[in-house]
Design a protein around this ligand. Structure first.
Ligand SMILES: Nc1ncnc2c1ncn2[C@@H]1O[C@H](COP(=O)(O)OP(=O)(O)OP(=O)(O)O)[C@@H](O)[C@H]1O
Length: 261
C-alpha cells in the first residue's frame, strides 16, 4: 500500500487547551476513512491542520505527491490545495449567489492560474481551455446528478443539494485527497443513503482518497473501511467498523461514562 499522508505526533494547543494531543496515523492511497468522536473531540481541529487552515503546535504532516514527499505542516491552505488536497466544511461555504455551474467553474479554473499571460492576452490556448473547463464542469455536474439545477443560484437549493454542490466543487479541483467535514449534517435518512453511495462512487471513479468526519453512525459504519476515534484530543481507538462498534472505550466515550460497568 502506498502512503499518502503521514501524521506524525501532531498536537494543537489553544491557550491551555490541548485540542489535539499527540495524534499519529498513516492514510494510504485510495482509502476511505472516517474520523469520529464526541463533540469537541478535536476532529475539525485535526482536519484544519491536515488542510493547512491552521498549523500544528508540534508534530509533522507529510503528504506524498507525484513529485515526492512534502512536509505540509507549515504550509498555507492554498499551498496544500495546490498539492492536491480538497475539503468541504461543516458549515457550507459556497458562493451562494453564483449558479451551481459557476461554483464548479471557479474551482476548476483555479487549476490554470499559472497561465496568466495566456489568459490576459486571450491566446488561442485560453479559448481552448475555456471550452475544456466548461465540458469538464458539465461532465462533473452530470456525475453528481446536478445538471437539472446547473443554472440555479446555489443558495436557493435545498440543504442536501447544497452539500452535493460543495463536494462537486471540491472534486472539480482534481484532488488526490478529499476531506469531508460532516457531509451528512442536516440530511434526512434518504439523503444520507444517497450521499453514502455518491461518496463511494466518487472515490471509485476518480480514484480519490476520502477522509470524512461524521456523526451519522449509519453512514460511517456502511461506508468507512477503517475508523479512527478521537476523544478529548487523543486517539482512543482505531479499526474496522466491526471492531469500533464493539470497542468498550469508544462506547464509553460516546455514552459519557467513566467506569467499565
Ligand atoms: N480556534 C480555536 N480557539 C480555541 N479553542 C478552539 C478553537 N478551535 C477549536 N477549539 C476547541 O478545541 C476543542 C476541539 O474542537 P473541534 O472543533 O476540533 O472538535 P470536533 O471534534 O470537531 O467537535 P464537533 O463534533 O462538535 O464539531 C474544543 O474544545 C474547541 O472548543
Amino acid at each position: 500500500m502506498t502512503k499518502q499522508l503521514v501524521i506524525d505526533h501532531v498536537s494543537k494547543v489553544f491557550g491551555g487547551l490541548k485540542a489535539v494531543a499527540d495524534v499519529s496515523l498513516t492514510i494510504n492511497q485510495g482509502a476511505l476513512i472516517a474520523l469520529i468522536g464526541p463533540n469537541g473531540a478535536g476532529k475539525t481541529t485535526l482536519f484544519n491542520m491536515l488542510t493547512g487552515e491552521s498549523g500544528p503546535t508540534t508534530g509533522k504532516i507529510t503528504l506524498s505527491t507525484a513529485s515526492g514527499d512534502v512536509d505540509i505542516s507549515k504550509k498555507k491552505a492554498y499551498q496544500v490545495a495546490k498539492l492536491g488536497v480538497a475539503r468541504t466544511f461543516q458549515n457550507i461555504r459556497l458562493f451562494g449567489a453564483m449558479s451551481v455551474k459557476e461554483n464548479v467553474l471557479v474551482a476548476r479554473t483555479h487549476l490554470y492560474h499559472e497561465d496568466f499571460l495566456g489568459t490576459v492576452l486571450r491566446l488561442p490556448q485560453f479559448y481552448q481551455r475555456e471550452h475544456d473547463v466548461g465540458a469538464a464542469a458539465d461532465e462533473l455536474l452530470d456525475f453528481f446528478d446536478l445538471t437539472a439545477v446547473a443554472d440555479e443560484p446555489t443558495a436557493s437549493l435545498p440543504y442536501g443539494t447544497q452539500r452535493r454542490v460543495e463536494i462537486v466543487r471540491a472534486v472539480a479541483t482534481k484532488p488526490q485527497l478529499l476531506f469531508l467535514d460532516e457531509p451528512a449534517a442536516g440530511m434526512n435518512p434518504e439523503e444520507t443513503a444517497d450521499l453514502s453511495r455518491l461518496i463511494a462512487r466518487v472515490r471509485e471513479h476518480f480514484g480519490i482518497t476520502v477522509v470524512l468526519i461524521e456523526h451519522d453512525m449509519s453512514l460511517v459504519m456502511n461506508l468507512a473501511e477503517y475508523i479512527y476515534v478521537l476523544d478529548h484530543g487523543a486517539m482512543i481507538a482505531k479499526g474496522t467498523p466491526q471492531v469500533i462498534q464493539r470497542d468498550p472505550q469508544v462506547i464509553r466515550a460516546y455514552l459519557g461514562g467513566d467506569s467499565d460497568a
